[in-house]
Design a protein. Structure first.
Length: 138
């Protein structure tokens, strides 16, 4: 599935295919209004740093009404304020959110290279747990 990416720290405006075939993927579903999502950002940053040298697709995804009641610039400002430094994308039609049955935030999903879910977690997860889930998917 193709998602719009947002110009923000570590993320260029454009499009991304999620998940990317042949790669382990970590998908982080978040909202800028979500307090637990804000508290999850340091663990995500530490995880991103730990796997940065490996071939892992690392993307945070919001399905908020970007371009309507929330501007791309507001998402980028929230991203910068909370230490985001990897790809941030917009699930405008909620298809990816629905595919992974995301009903609460934050939710993290890890997929292996065959795009099969190997781990999913709703709520806060620490960096060791996230890195472990990525390692287990390899």
């Amino acid at each position: 599935m193709t998602l719009e990416t947002i110009d923000a720290p570590g993320s260029d405006a454009g499009e991304i295919r999620v998940p990317e075939p042949g790669r382990v993927s970590l998908l982080d579903f978040f909202g800028t209004w979500c307090g637990p999502c804000e508290r999850q950002m340091p663990a995500l940053a530490a995880t991103h740093e730990a796997v940065a040298d490996s071939d892992v697709q690392f993307v945070s995804i919001t399905n908020e009404p970007v371009g309507q009641t929330l501007s791309r610039e507001e998402v980028a400002a929230w991203w910068a304020e909370h230490g985001g430094a990897w790809t941030v994308a917009h699930d405008a039609d909620h298809r990816l959110t629905e595919r992974h049955d995301v009903t609460r935030l934050p939710t993290a999903v890890v997929l292996n290279g065959e795009n099969s879910v190997t781990w999913s977690h709703t709520g806060l997860a620490d960096a060791d747990e996230l890195v472990g889930a990525i390692e287990d998917a390899r």
